[in-house]
Design a protein around this ligand. Structure first.
Ligand code: PEP
Length: 255
């Protein structure tokens, strides 16, 4: 049985007080309303992590993660944050390869492969994002694009290490645009990803890999997306900034 996960990506939003207050709201709502076995994750900016990580450790029903780490262990990398630093404040997850980092910060598959290694080395779970641009979808190249992102960014792992990874399919054209992939479009790609994983690591690993969908997921479309056979939850941007919306998405797995 693979894990269902709903992870919020706050991106570069919320000052310290706002973030801590939103996280407290989420924790309380999860305590009162979440009755399923889904894992709830909040990936905040670095400034919140220490405080919400401690809160998360006390409460135990919501995990926290970072949105990025630097690939080196430590040293003269002014302005960067390492995997061990993130781990030391109680985080358990790191988003890697988000399309915004690929597009705006030049993160290549090769850099991401290094980030995957250091993330796993420090017992953090990578949420490894893959997905095609609008142009790649329209030209029909999206399957190749996604396969290449997997092959070059994460398929260097041994099966035992790969089994610790969470994948997130995030079509770039659906992120922050209000254009959600239809459940059929998303399912088609999720099934393809699982096939590619099976060809590399075998059926058993593929069947137990959690694959999240991300891209304008909200309380009104989450149910139909998450009911698809190969969609195991969501990576949620905009809708994770409102506690009630985020909880409505999480609660899809209550049944
Ligand atoms: C994201 O940034 O990972 C994302 C899915 O954003 P949104 O939900 O806002 O499209």
């Amino acid at each position: 049985m693979r894990k269902n996960i709903v992870a919020g990506n706050w991106k570069m939003n919320l000052n310290f007080e706002e973030g801590v207050s939103l996280f407290s709201e989420i924790v309380n709502m999860v305590k009162d309303e979440v009755i399923g076995k889904q894992e709830v994750v909040v990936c905040s900016p670095f400034i919140h992590l220490n405080t919400i990580g401690k809160l998360a450790e006390t409460v135990g029903n919501v995990a926290v993660g970072a949105q990025n780490i630097y690939q080196a262990e430590s040293g003269a990398y002014t302005g960067e944050i390492s995997a061990s630093q993130v781990k030391s404040v109680g985080a358990n997850y790191v988003i890697l390869g988000h399309s915004e980092r690929r597009a705006y910060f030049g993160e290549t598959d090769a850099i991401l492969a290094e980030k995957v290694n250091v993330t796993l080395k420090h017992s953090l779970t990578p949420i490894f994002c893959i997905g095609e641009t609008k142009e790649e979808r329209e030209s029909g190249r999206f399957f190749d694009v996604i396969k290449t992102q997997l092959e070059n960014g994460i398929f260097h792992l041994e099966a035992a290490e790969f089994a610790k990874v969470v994948l997130a399919y995030e079509p770039v054209w659906a992120i922050g645009t209000g254009l959600t992939a239809s459940p059929e479009q998303a399912q088609e790609v999720h099934a393809f990803i699982r096939e590619v994983v099976a060809a590399k690591y075998g059926e058993e690993v593929a069947e137990s890999t959690t694959i999240l969908y991300g891209g304008s997921c909200n309380p009104s479309n989450a149910q139909t997306l998450f009911s698809q056979k190969d969609i195991d939850g969501g990576l949620i941007g905009g809708a994770s900034l409102k506690s009630r919306d985020f909880l409505e998405i999480v609660k899809v797995f209550n049944a």
